[in-house]
Design a protein around this ligand. Structure first.
Ligand code: PMP
Ligand code: GLN
Length: 383
Protein backbone atom coordinates (compact mmCIF):
# COMPACT_ATOMS: atom_id res chain seq x y z
CA UNK A 1 0.00 0.00 0.00
CA UNK A 2 1.43 3.38 -0.96
CA UNK A 3 2.09 6.23 1.41
CA UNK A 4 -0.97 8.16 0.28
CA UNK A 5 -3.34 5.45 1.51
CA UNK A 6 -1.38 3.75 4.28
CA UNK A 7 -2.86 5.89 7.06
CA UNK A 8 -6.44 4.93 6.23
CA UNK A 9 -6.57 1.18 6.92
CA UNK A 10 -10.01 -0.43 6.69
CA UNK A 11 -13.04 1.86 6.69
CA UNK A 12 -14.76 1.93 10.05
CA UNK A 13 -18.07 1.01 8.41
CA UNK A 14 -16.78 -2.37 7.24
CA UNK A 15 -15.13 -3.02 10.59
CA UNK A 16 -18.20 -2.18 12.63
CA UNK A 17 -20.72 -3.95 10.39
CA UNK A 18 -18.56 -7.08 10.59
CA UNK A 19 -18.49 -6.73 14.38
CA UNK A 20 -22.29 -6.39 14.44
CA UNK A 21 -22.69 -9.54 12.35
CA UNK A 22 -20.16 -11.52 14.39
CA UNK A 23 -21.76 -10.60 17.73
CA UNK A 24 -25.39 -10.58 16.60
CA UNK A 25 -25.67 -6.97 17.75
CA UNK A 26 -28.14 -4.33 16.64
CA UNK A 27 -26.22 -2.37 14.01
CA UNK A 28 -26.66 1.36 14.57
CA UNK A 29 -23.21 1.93 13.08
CA UNK A 30 -23.14 2.01 9.28
CA UNK A 31 -25.83 4.31 7.90
CA UNK A 32 -28.21 2.18 5.88
CA UNK A 33 -31.93 1.71 6.40
CA UNK A 34 -33.33 -1.67 7.42
CA UNK A 35 -36.33 -1.15 5.13
CA UNK A 36 -35.85 -0.86 1.38
CA UNK A 37 -37.23 2.06 -0.60
CA UNK A 38 -40.64 2.20 -2.34
CA UNK A 39 -42.04 -0.97 -3.92
CA UNK A 40 -42.93 0.90 -7.11
CA UNK A 41 -39.30 1.97 -7.54
CA UNK A 42 -38.08 -1.57 -7.00
CA UNK A 43 -40.60 -2.64 -9.64
CA UNK A 44 -39.20 0.02 -11.96
CA UNK A 45 -35.76 -1.55 -11.58
CA UNK A 46 -37.15 -5.02 -12.30
CA UNK A 47 -38.92 -3.66 -15.38
CA UNK A 48 -35.71 -2.07 -16.64
CA UNK A 49 -33.82 -5.34 -16.17
CA UNK A 50 -36.52 -7.35 -17.86
CA UNK A 51 -36.95 -4.92 -20.76
CA UNK A 52 -33.24 -4.85 -21.36
CA UNK A 53 -32.70 -1.22 -20.38
CA UNK A 54 -29.28 -0.68 -18.86
CA UNK A 55 -28.05 -4.26 -18.94
CA UNK A 56 -25.19 -3.14 -21.15
CA UNK A 57 -22.94 -0.11 -20.59
CA UNK A 58 -25.15 2.95 -20.25
CA UNK A 59 -23.89 6.25 -21.75
CA UNK A 60 -20.87 7.69 -19.92
CA UNK A 61 -22.69 10.70 -18.44
CA UNK A 62 -25.67 8.56 -17.34
CA UNK A 63 -28.90 7.60 -19.13
CA UNK A 64 -30.76 10.63 -20.53
CA UNK A 65 -33.93 9.78 -18.54
CA UNK A 66 -32.01 10.05 -15.27
CA UNK A 67 -30.09 13.20 -16.19
CA UNK A 68 -33.36 14.85 -17.17
CA UNK A 69 -34.97 13.76 -13.89
CA UNK A 70 -32.04 15.10 -11.84
CA UNK A 71 -32.23 18.46 -13.61
CA UNK A 72 -36.01 18.57 -13.07
CA UNK A 73 -35.56 17.82 -9.36
CA UNK A 74 -33.01 20.63 -8.91
CA UNK A 75 -35.31 23.05 -10.70
CA UNK A 76 -38.48 22.03 -8.86
CA UNK A 77 -36.97 21.99 -5.36
CA UNK A 78 -34.42 24.77 -5.53
CA UNK A 79 -35.06 26.80 -8.68
CA UNK A 80 -31.63 25.70 -9.96
CA UNK A 81 -31.60 25.21 -13.69
CA UNK A 82 -29.10 22.70 -15.14
CA UNK A 83 -28.81 21.44 -18.69
CA UNK A 84 -29.18 17.63 -18.52
CA UNK A 85 -26.72 17.21 -21.40
CA UNK A 86 -23.84 19.37 -20.21
CA UNK A 87 -24.39 20.06 -16.52
CA UNK A 88 -25.41 16.71 -15.01
CA UNK A 89 -23.27 13.62 -14.46
CA UNK A 90 -24.41 10.30 -13.00
CA UNK A 91 -21.86 8.58 -10.75
CA UNK A 92 -21.44 5.32 -8.83
CA UNK A 93 -22.91 6.80 -5.67
CA UNK A 94 -21.88 10.06 -4.04
CA UNK A 95 -18.65 8.31 -3.08
CA UNK A 96 -17.44 8.24 -6.67
CA UNK A 97 -18.66 11.79 -7.23
CA UNK A 98 -16.51 13.00 -4.32
CA UNK A 99 -13.45 11.05 -5.45
CA UNK A 100 -13.81 12.08 -9.09
CA UNK A 101 -14.35 15.75 -8.19
CA UNK A 102 -11.23 15.85 -6.04
CA UNK A 103 -9.12 13.88 -8.55
CA UNK A 104 -10.25 16.23 -11.30
CA UNK A 105 -9.95 19.56 -9.52
CA UNK A 106 -7.05 19.28 -7.05
CA UNK A 107 -3.39 19.64 -8.07
CA UNK A 108 -0.81 17.81 -5.95
CA UNK A 109 0.01 20.03 -3.00
CA UNK A 110 -3.23 22.04 -3.18
CA UNK A 111 -5.01 22.60 0.09
CA UNK A 112 -8.58 21.42 0.54
CA UNK A 113 -10.49 22.94 3.43
CA UNK A 114 -13.06 20.54 4.88
CA UNK A 115 -15.41 20.70 7.83
CA UNK A 116 -14.23 18.34 10.57
CA UNK A 117 -15.50 15.81 11.58
CA UNK A 118 -15.81 14.66 7.96
CA UNK A 119 -17.21 11.64 6.22
CA UNK A 120 -14.31 9.20 5.98
CA UNK A 121 -14.01 9.05 2.20
CA UNK A 122 -13.14 12.77 2.09
CA UNK A 123 -9.73 12.36 3.68
CA UNK A 124 -8.90 9.33 1.54
CA UNK A 125 -10.06 11.05 -1.67
CA UNK A 126 -8.08 14.21 -0.91
CA UNK A 127 -5.05 12.00 -0.27
CA UNK A 128 -5.51 10.05 -3.51
CA UNK A 129 -5.66 13.38 -5.36
CA UNK A 130 -2.37 14.39 -3.71
CA UNK A 131 -4.03 17.28 -1.90
CA UNK A 132 -3.49 18.46 1.64
CA UNK A 133 -6.51 18.50 3.89
CA UNK A 134 -7.05 21.47 6.14
CA UNK A 135 -9.75 20.74 8.68
CA UNK A 136 -12.00 23.36 10.23
CA UNK A 137 -13.54 21.80 13.30
CA UNK A 138 -17.23 22.08 14.13
CA UNK A 139 -17.46 22.56 17.88
CA UNK A 140 -20.23 21.74 20.34
CA UNK A 141 -22.18 24.83 21.24
CA UNK A 142 -25.59 24.82 22.95
CA UNK A 143 -26.62 21.36 21.83
CA UNK A 144 -25.23 21.27 18.30
CA UNK A 145 -21.92 21.36 16.46
CA UNK A 146 -21.28 24.78 14.94
CA UNK A 147 -18.92 26.23 12.38
CA UNK A 148 -16.69 29.11 13.47
CA UNK A 149 -16.65 31.39 10.43
CA UNK A 150 -13.49 33.18 11.57
CA UNK A 151 -11.71 29.83 11.78
CA UNK A 152 -12.94 29.01 8.30
CA UNK A 153 -11.65 32.32 6.93
CA UNK A 154 -8.31 31.79 8.67
CA UNK A 155 -7.97 28.31 7.15
CA UNK A 156 -7.97 29.68 3.60
CA UNK A 157 -4.48 30.42 2.25
CA UNK A 158 -2.96 31.12 -1.16
CA UNK A 159 -2.64 27.36 -1.57
CA UNK A 160 -6.33 26.66 -1.01
CA UNK A 161 -7.94 25.21 -4.09
CA UNK A 162 -11.34 24.25 -2.86
CA UNK A 163 -13.78 24.07 0.02
CA UNK A 164 -15.37 20.70 0.68
CA UNK A 165 -18.70 21.28 2.40
CA UNK A 166 -21.29 18.83 3.69
CA UNK A 167 -24.77 19.89 4.76
CA UNK A 168 -26.82 18.30 6.30
CA UNK A 169 -23.68 17.11 7.99
CA UNK A 170 -22.59 13.54 8.71
CA UNK A 171 -21.85 12.67 11.54
CA UNK A 172 -23.00 15.69 13.62
CA UNK A 173 -26.46 16.22 12.11
CA UNK A 174 -25.75 19.94 11.77
CA UNK A 175 -27.59 21.76 9.01
CA UNK A 176 -25.72 24.89 8.02
CA UNK A 177 -27.93 27.97 8.26
CA UNK A 178 -28.63 30.35 5.44
CA UNK A 179 -26.36 32.92 7.11
CA UNK A 180 -23.51 30.41 7.49
CA UNK A 181 -23.86 29.33 3.88
CA UNK A 182 -23.96 32.94 2.71
CA UNK A 183 -20.68 33.55 4.56
CA UNK A 184 -19.10 30.46 2.99
CA UNK A 185 -20.29 31.64 -0.43
CA UNK A 186 -18.86 35.13 0.11
CA UNK A 187 -15.54 33.66 1.13
CA UNK A 188 -15.47 31.38 -1.92
CA UNK A 189 -16.19 34.28 -4.25
CA UNK A 190 -13.74 36.64 -2.54
CA UNK A 191 -10.89 34.09 -2.63
CA UNK A 192 -11.93 32.60 -5.97
CA UNK A 193 -12.30 29.06 -4.62
CA UNK A 194 -14.10 26.08 -6.03
CA UNK A 195 -16.66 24.44 -3.76
CA UNK A 196 -17.61 20.79 -3.67
CA UNK A 197 -20.77 20.37 -1.63
CA UNK A 198 -22.06 16.99 -0.50
CA UNK A 199 -25.81 17.31 -0.03
CA UNK A 200 -26.80 13.64 0.06
CA UNK A 201 -29.03 14.25 3.10
CA UNK A 202 -30.86 17.16 1.42
CA UNK A 203 -34.28 15.63 2.10
CA UNK A 204 -33.60 14.80 5.75
CA UNK A 205 -34.03 18.05 7.68
CA UNK A 206 -36.11 18.43 10.81
CA UNK A 207 -37.83 21.04 12.97
CA UNK A 208 -37.14 24.58 11.71
CA UNK A 209 -34.02 23.60 9.79
CA UNK A 210 -33.98 24.25 6.07
CA UNK A 211 -31.66 22.78 3.44
CA UNK A 212 -30.37 25.52 1.16
CA UNK A 213 -28.04 24.36 -1.62
CA UNK A 214 -24.79 26.33 -1.77
CA UNK A 215 -25.20 26.64 -5.53
CA UNK A 216 -28.17 28.98 -4.99
CA UNK A 217 -26.05 31.77 -3.47
CA UNK A 218 -24.76 34.69 -5.57
CA UNK A 219 -21.63 33.83 -7.53
CA UNK A 220 -21.82 30.16 -6.57
CA UNK A 221 -23.49 28.40 -9.45
CA UNK A 222 -20.39 28.66 -11.64
CA UNK A 223 -17.93 27.53 -8.96
CA UNK A 224 -19.90 24.80 -7.17
CA UNK A 225 -19.98 21.07 -7.73
CA UNK A 226 -23.14 19.78 -6.01
CA UNK A 227 -23.42 16.12 -5.10
CA UNK A 228 -26.56 14.07 -4.48
CA UNK A 229 -27.38 10.38 -4.05
CA UNK A 230 -30.34 8.05 -4.40
CA UNK A 231 -28.95 5.88 -1.61
CA UNK A 232 -30.09 8.13 1.21
CA UNK A 233 -33.17 9.80 -0.27
CA UNK A 234 -34.86 6.66 -1.60
CA UNK A 235 -33.35 4.05 0.74
CA UNK A 236 -31.40 2.14 -1.89
CA UNK A 237 -27.83 2.39 -0.63
CA UNK A 238 -26.85 -0.78 -2.52
CA UNK A 239 -27.77 0.63 -5.91
CA UNK A 240 -24.96 3.17 -5.87
CA UNK A 241 -26.57 5.84 -7.98
CA UNK A 242 -25.26 9.33 -7.28
CA UNK A 243 -24.89 12.51 -9.30
CA UNK A 244 -23.12 15.78 -9.82
CA UNK A 245 -24.66 19.02 -11.00
CA UNK A 246 -22.37 21.90 -11.97
CA UNK A 247 -21.36 24.25 -14.76
CA UNK A 248 -20.25 22.50 -17.99
CA UNK A 249 -16.49 22.95 -17.44
CA UNK A 250 -16.73 21.51 -13.93
CA UNK A 251 -18.93 18.60 -14.94
CA UNK A 252 -16.52 17.96 -17.82
CA UNK A 253 -13.59 17.88 -15.42
CA UNK A 254 -15.33 15.48 -13.03
CA UNK A 255 -16.28 13.31 -15.96
CA UNK A 256 -12.65 13.11 -17.09
CA UNK A 257 -11.78 11.43 -13.80
CA UNK A 258 -15.00 9.42 -13.53
CA UNK A 259 -14.54 7.75 -16.93
CA UNK A 260 -11.36 6.07 -15.69
CA UNK A 261 -12.72 5.08 -12.29
CA UNK A 262 -15.86 3.12 -13.16
CA UNK A 263 -16.69 4.58 -16.59
CA UNK A 264 -20.35 3.76 -15.82
CA UNK A 265 -22.35 1.87 -13.19
CA UNK A 266 -25.80 0.70 -12.08
CA UNK A 267 -27.42 0.58 -15.56
CA UNK A 268 -30.96 -0.65 -14.79
CA UNK A 269 -31.03 1.19 -11.47
CA UNK A 270 -30.48 4.48 -13.26
CA UNK A 271 -33.90 4.08 -14.92
CA UNK A 272 -35.54 3.29 -11.59
CA UNK A 273 -33.94 6.30 -9.88
CA UNK A 274 -35.24 8.51 -12.70
CA UNK A 275 -38.73 7.43 -11.62
CA UNK A 276 -37.90 7.95 -7.95
CA UNK A 277 -36.85 11.54 -8.58
CA UNK A 278 -40.30 12.21 -9.97
CA UNK A 279 -42.09 10.97 -6.83
CA UNK A 280 -44.59 13.51 -5.50
CA UNK A 281 -43.74 15.80 -2.58
CA UNK A 282 -45.79 13.51 -0.32
CA UNK A 283 -43.06 10.85 -0.60
CA UNK A 284 -40.41 13.18 0.77
CA UNK A 285 -42.74 14.48 3.47
CA UNK A 286 -43.57 10.97 4.64
CA UNK A 287 -39.94 9.87 4.52
CA UNK A 288 -38.95 12.87 6.62
CA UNK A 289 -41.79 12.37 9.07
CA UNK A 290 -40.91 8.70 9.55
CA UNK A 291 -37.27 9.56 10.26
CA UNK A 292 -38.28 12.32 12.64
CA UNK A 293 -40.31 9.83 14.71
CA UNK A 294 -37.29 7.52 14.77
CA UNK A 295 -35.00 10.36 15.79
CA UNK A 296 -37.26 10.98 18.78
CA UNK A 297 -37.28 7.33 19.85
CA UNK A 298 -33.51 7.01 19.71
CA UNK A 299 -32.82 10.44 21.21
CA UNK A 300 -35.12 9.70 24.16
CA UNK A 301 -33.56 6.26 24.59
CA UNK A 302 -30.01 7.59 24.53
CA UNK A 303 -30.89 10.38 26.95
CA UNK A 304 -32.50 7.88 29.33
CA UNK A 305 -29.37 5.71 29.08
CA UNK A 306 -27.28 8.66 30.23
CA UNK A 307 -25.62 9.83 27.01
CA UNK A 308 -25.22 13.49 26.18
CA UNK A 309 -27.41 13.82 23.08
CA UNK A 310 -26.99 16.28 20.20
CA UNK A 311 -30.43 16.19 18.59
CA UNK A 312 -29.66 16.42 14.87
CA UNK A 313 -31.33 19.01 12.65
CA UNK A 314 -30.64 16.75 9.68
CA UNK A 315 -29.34 13.33 8.48
CA UNK A 316 -30.23 10.04 10.17
CA UNK A 317 -27.43 10.11 12.72
CA UNK A 318 -27.27 11.16 16.35
CA UNK A 319 -23.93 12.16 17.77
CA UNK A 320 -23.64 11.56 21.50
CA UNK A 321 -21.18 12.56 24.20
CA UNK A 322 -20.13 9.58 26.32
CA UNK A 323 -18.50 11.59 29.11
CA UNK A 324 -21.68 11.70 31.21
CA UNK A 325 -21.36 7.88 31.33
CA UNK A 326 -17.90 8.23 32.82
CA UNK A 327 -16.28 7.28 29.50
CA UNK A 328 -13.87 9.29 27.42
CA UNK A 329 -12.54 7.09 24.62
CA UNK A 330 -15.12 6.52 21.89
CA UNK A 331 -12.98 3.90 20.15
CA UNK A 332 -12.69 1.74 23.25
CA UNK A 333 -16.34 2.35 24.04
CA UNK A 334 -17.52 1.25 20.56
CA UNK A 335 -15.27 -1.81 20.55
CA UNK A 336 -16.72 -2.91 23.92
CA UNK A 337 -20.34 -1.96 23.23
CA UNK A 338 -21.37 -5.15 21.35
CA UNK A 339 -20.21 -7.24 24.35
CA UNK A 340 -21.71 -4.88 26.92
CA UNK A 341 -25.03 -4.08 25.27
CA UNK A 342 -25.40 -5.90 21.95
CA UNK A 343 -25.37 -2.60 20.06
CA UNK A 344 -22.93 -1.27 17.47
CA UNK A 345 -22.10 2.43 17.03
CA UNK A 346 -19.36 4.45 15.30
CA UNK A 347 -16.62 6.37 17.15
CA UNK A 348 -16.64 9.91 15.73
CA UNK A 349 -12.87 10.09 16.22
CA UNK A 350 -12.45 8.34 12.86
CA UNK A 351 -13.89 11.46 11.23
CA UNK A 352 -11.25 13.74 12.81
CA UNK A 353 -7.61 14.58 12.13
CA UNK A 354 -7.63 15.81 15.68
CA UNK A 355 -8.56 12.45 17.24
CA UNK A 356 -8.46 14.03 20.71
CA UNK A 357 -11.21 16.46 19.73
CA UNK A 358 -13.35 13.58 18.48
CA UNK A 359 -12.60 11.10 21.25
CA UNK A 360 -15.68 11.56 23.47
CA UNK A 361 -18.24 11.41 20.67
CA UNK A 362 -20.07 8.37 19.35
CA UNK A 363 -22.55 8.20 16.48
CA UNK A 364 -25.76 6.14 16.35
CA UNK A 365 -27.87 5.70 13.18
CA UNK A 366 -31.65 5.86 13.51
CA UNK A 367 -32.64 4.72 9.98
CA UNK A 368 -33.99 1.50 11.52
CA UNK A 369 -37.42 0.15 12.44
CA UNK A 370 -39.04 1.65 15.53
CA UNK A 371 -39.02 -1.71 17.33
CA UNK A 372 -35.33 -2.12 16.63
CA UNK A 373 -34.61 1.34 17.99
CA UNK A 374 -36.68 0.69 21.13
CA UNK A 375 -34.84 -2.56 21.72
CA UNK A 376 -31.47 -0.85 21.23
CA UNK A 377 -32.52 1.86 23.68
CA UNK A 378 -33.61 -0.77 26.21
CA UNK A 379 -30.27 -2.55 25.94
CA UNK A 380 -28.30 0.68 26.33
CA UNK A 381 -30.29 1.63 29.43
CA UNK A 382 -29.68 -1.81 30.94
CA UNK A 383 -25.92 -1.65 30.29
N1 PMP B 1 -21.51 11.54 1.70
C1 PMP B 1 -21.99 11.40 2.93
C2 PMP B 1 -22.02 12.57 3.84
C3 PMP B 1 -22.46 10.15 3.35
O1 PMP B 1 -22.92 9.99 4.58
C4 PMP B 1 -22.42 9.07 2.46
C5 PMP B 1 -22.89 7.73 2.89
N2 PMP B 1 -24.10 7.48 2.30
C6 PMP B 1 -21.92 9.28 1.18
C7 PMP B 1 -21.48 10.52 0.84
C8 PMP B 1 -21.81 8.18 0.18
O2 PMP B 1 -22.97 8.05 -0.56
P1 PMP B 1 -23.15 6.86 -1.62
O3 PMP B 1 -23.61 5.67 -0.87
O4 PMP B 1 -24.16 7.40 -2.57
O5 PMP B 1 -21.84 6.63 -2.27
N1 GLN C 1 -22.58 6.91 4.65
C1 GLN C 1 -22.82 5.84 5.56
C2 GLN C 1 -22.42 6.24 6.96
O1 GLN C 1 -21.90 7.29 7.20
C3 GLN C 1 -22.06 4.58 5.22
C4 GLN C 1 -21.27 4.57 3.99
C5 GLN C 1 -20.27 3.45 3.90
O2 GLN C 1 -20.47 2.39 4.41
N2 GLN C 1 -19.18 3.73 3.27
O3 GLN C 1 -22.65 5.45 7.84
Amino acid sequence: LNRRLAEFGTTIFAEMSALAAATGSINLGQGFPDTDGPEEIREAAVRALRDGRGNQYPPGPGVPELRTAIAAHQLRRYGLSYDPDTEVLVTAGATEAIAAALLALVEPGDEVVALEPYYDSYAASIAMAGGRRVPVTLRPHEGSFRLDLDELRAAVTDRTRLLLVNTPHNPTGTVLTRAELAAIAELAVERDLLVVTDEVYEHLVFDDAEHVPLATFPGMRERTVSIGSAGKTYSFTGWKVGWVTAAPELVGAVRSAKQFLTYVASGPFQYAVAEALALPDSYYEEFRRGMLARREILAEGLTAAGFGVFRPAGTYFITTDIRPLGEKDGFAFCRALPERAGVVAIPNAVFYDDREAGAPFVRFAFCKGEKVLREAARRLRAM
